[in-house]
Design a protein around this ligand. Structure first.
Ligand code: GFB
Length: 310
């Protein structure tokens, strides 16, 4: 099976975010017309989304727009993470159906899976156990997005599919200390500690949680691959297949940044899920593999941080 992107109007919802920027970069080599909506369009507003779809008639849609953030943002702003994500995905998916879009890719997150899911986490672990409390609000919204795509396939015959990326990092990331994910947070902490000549940097939690990280350009490539080669109800994991403990990640980032001080841990901060590595068999069996190794990817992210903030 092969869906052709060339010549089609492809709407990247969320083009200002890290994932959306990577999709725009990747799609530039696909000979398609990339569409983005201006900042004034509030994707939580159903009428605004419908009007934009009527005026621009996208043929393919990638739902990379979302309220996202790291463990603290998820835990402290539960209503925003649930409401905003439900509204954004429902409005875009329904508008795509109304306007007869040929294909839609919805992006979720590995946090949709139960906190204690068997590892590596297979796609069929969904809804087999309780969620991780720190990000259950975001997870429920993303699970609803998967279900929307599945239900629209069944009831309306829409070719809507879902991908679940692992923890992502890369150019265009959010470096806000309270809102960010761990990779940008540690790049900033190590860079600041180095610049200030500090003796130590502080990592949240115990340092023992295991996470799988993937460079956002690999995700963008996986998305294009799925649009072209996948059409089925089940959501698909997209990961790197490599995991690392947060303590080791902190030391690796400190080394790449050139911060030679101590790495300390603040165990009063939450660890979140103890381990989260996804099973990538579905993507591998279809013939796709990520390419960017963690060390090279982190060096690229650091370059982005320095270009933007130093
Ligand atoms: O990246 P992160 O915020 O997200 O945190 P999750 C990963 C791990 O890094 C946690 C630790 O164990 C954090 O306690 N950590 C250490 C830090 N230092 C820091 C720091 O300075 N900042 C941050 N942010 N973390 C998110 C979900 O979970 O994963 C989202 O909350 C989403 O909904 C995302 O699913 C992919 O991996 O814990």
């Amino acid at each position: 099976m092969s869906f052709v992107l060339a010549g089609k109007r492809v709407y990247v919802a969320g083009h200002r975010g890290m994932v959306g920027q990577a999709l725009v970069r990747r799609l530039a080599s696909e000979d398609c017309e990339i569409q983005t909506a201006p900042r004034e369009i509030d994707l939580r507003d159903q009428a605004a989304v419908r009007t934009w779809f009527s005026a621009n008639a996208p043929e393919v849609v990638i739902v990379a727009a979302a309220r996202v953030g790291g463990i603290k943002a998820n835990d402290s702003r539960p209503a925003e993470f649930l409401y905003d994500n439900l509204m954004i995905e429902a409005n875009i998916i329904e508008a795509a159906r109304q306007h007869g879009c040929r294909k839609l890719l919805f992006l979720g997150s590995s946090c949709i899976y139960p906190r204690m899911a068997p590892q590596p986490i297979r796609e069929d672990s969904l809804l087999t156990g309780p969620l991780e409390p720190t990000n259950q609000w975001y997870a429920v919204a993303k699970i609803a997005g998967i279900m929307l795509c599945q239900s629209y396939r069944r009831q309306y015959g829409c070719d809507f599919i879902s991908a679940m990326p692992t923890n992502l990092y890369g150019p265009g990331d959010n470096y806000d200390p309270d809102g960010s994910h761990v990779v940008p947070a540690l790049i900033r902490k190590a860079s600041t500690a180095k610049a200030n000549g500090d003796a130590a940097l502080t990592v949240w939690g115990t340092g023992t949680p295991l996470r799988e990280f993937m460079h956002v350009s690999d995700l963008a490539d996986g998305c294009v691959f799925l649009l072209e080669h996948y059409s089925a109800e089940g959501h698909v994991n997209v990961g790197s297949g490599r995991e690392i403990a947060i303590a080791d990640l902190a030391r690796l980032i400190a080394g790449i940044v050139g911060f030679a001080g101590r790495v300390e841990f603040d165990a009063s901060k939450p660890d979140g899920t103890p381990r989260k590595i996804m099973d990538g068999t579905m993507m591998a069996d279809m013939g796709w593999a990520p390419r960017i190794d963690l060390r090279d990817g982190l060096a690229d992210a650091l370059e982005d941080y320095r270009a933007r903030f130093e």
